[in-house]
Design a protein around this ligand. Sequence first.
Ligand SMILES: *[C@@H]1O[C@H](CO)[C@@H](O)[C@H](O)[C@H]1NC(C)=O
Ligand SMILES: *[C@@H]1O[C@H](CO)[C@@H](O)[C@H](O)[C@H]1NC(C)=O
Ligand SMILES: *[C@@H]1O[C@H](CO)[C@@H](O)[C@H](O)[C@H]1NC(C)=O
Ligand SMILES: *[C@@H]1O[C@H](CO)[C@@H](O)[C@H](O)[C@H]1NC(C)=O
Ligand SMILES: CC(=O)N[C@H]1CO[C@H](CO)[C@@H](O)[C@@H]1O
Length: 466
Amino acid sequence: MASLLVAAIFLCISFAEAKYKIGVNYGQLANNLPSPAHAVALLQSMHIGHVKLYDANPAILQALAGTQITVAVMVTDAEVPAIAASQKVADLWVAHNVSAFFPATRIRTILVGNELLSDINQKQTWTQIVPAMQNLRQALIKQKLRHKIKISTPLAMDMLEGSAFFPPSNATFRENVRESVMRPLLKFLGKTRGALFVDVYPYLAWENDAGKIPLGLALFEGEYEDGGNGLRYGSLLDVQLDAVAAAMARLGFNKEEDDEVKVVVSETGWPTAQGWDERGANIHNAALYNRRLVQKMVAVPPHGTPRRPGTHIPTYIFALFNENEKPGPTTERNWGLLYPNGTRVYDVDLTGQMAEAAYPPLLPAPAEPPVGSQKFWCVANSSASSESLEAGLEYACAQDPSICAPLQADKPCFQPNTTLSHASFAFNAYYVLFKALGGSCVFGASAHLTTTDPSYGSCKYSPLVF
Ligand SMILES: *[C@@H]1O[C@H](CO)[C@@H](O)[C@H](O)[C@H]1NC(C)=O
Ligand SMILES: *[C@@H]1O[C@H](CO)[C@@H](O)[C@H](O)[C@H]1NC(C)=O
Ligand SMILES: *[C@@H]1O[C@H](CO)[C@@H](O)[C@H](O)[C@H]1NC(C)=O
Ligand SMILES: *[C@@H]1O[C@H](CO)[C@@H](O)[C@H](O)[C@H]1NC(C)=O
Ligand SMILES: CC(=O)N[C@H]1CO[C@H](CO)[C@@H](O)[C@@H]1O
């Protein structure tokens, strides 16, 4: 009990010690970012209190030394198996990537992998996550850092069965990770007074279902009542967070205060630019989302959520910079608070002190066609190299057996028997099937969208109705 109390006090200290409450994700999938020293100066000028990295980049950790900013470092996905398998590797990881910079750099969290449960290709690592966390914990104990540094792993909302969070009281963890990963993970987090790190994107949830979810709910100005327990919600963010809390409760992790695992929002944000087949990503909505997010998360006393009122929810906004080398749809490269040259994309006071009415007026969000009013197809680019078309074709066919079935020799889309024609058909079939799950019409820049139906003869291309 005494040790729990001490641990609880440390948890409070690590959140309270920083002068500024809001955190940010410092991703580096770009070829035009400022130096770490310049980036750290920007973090300070923006009054950012916490930064989360996607690795343990030594130049960045060095640049953060001597600042008040607390840091979450990440074990990359590829490093997880070796750390899970070997205490010695875990010890070395902590020695090289944490102890070498501590305490000058205020490392407070080690994260194990990035959204590993979202990647079916990483399935073999799922049950290695908690063993890796345990080995890192032993390493911290040996190096007398256990009271200073917490361990967790960031997970996406697809940790929930069917990625479903309506109604939140009904949510449950995915069957294929519930007992094998989530229960031991929550046990570990409870025992170490750690927090579940959740990447929560009301933007993505709304964008995938814009016909049903009102934009206002995503922008903190909605109303929704959970029929299961009568709790009332003003934001999709709270709905999503309480869905995670309900799933935890279903495993018994909320019976009393000691069993309740805290939640950290490890990524959230709103993009400012979009492709044809995306909606709502503009500066108007992004500014409203992040300004209101900050005000909610810095409020004293804390708002919490309807299910967990009054709890402080540490929050890292995604992202510090627009990242021009992120693959996928246009929005992926436009989540930044800053352009790479350090200019703000829009105004947001990250201390949350500025009233919404005190900002200069925002340009209105551009008008967008109603949901369901447009049709798109995804086709191969005729000037793409045959290597990239073949690679894309192979990838698409591997994602689902239905995608390339019509390309078999006796089927309607076999002729013309060319890589370009087959790639077009497969790209489109993949895109239509996977768009709602995050699939995009990119294929290494060898695909593009069209509003012209590419169907011919008896070879029919299904449209994406948008
Ligand atoms: C709640 O979840 C169960 C099982 O996952 C499902 O059958 C049921 O339809 C859900 N209820 C609502 C109101 O969505
Ligand atoms: C920074 O980059 C943005 C986006 O490319 C551009 O609009 C802006 O003018 C640039 N600012 C400066 C100071 O170069
Ligand atoms: C097709 O690829 C070429 C060469 O990479 C590129 O210049 C062009 O913009 C692409 N066309 C479309 C419609 O994406
Ligand atoms: C289809 O094209 C491939 C690659 O050019 C070729 O190897 C194959 O023999 C062709 N099949 C038919 C039935 O024309
Ligand atoms: C994620 C990360 O940056 N890991 C580094 C930890 O330290 C070892 C040894 O210095 C590096 O090889 C890893 O890249």
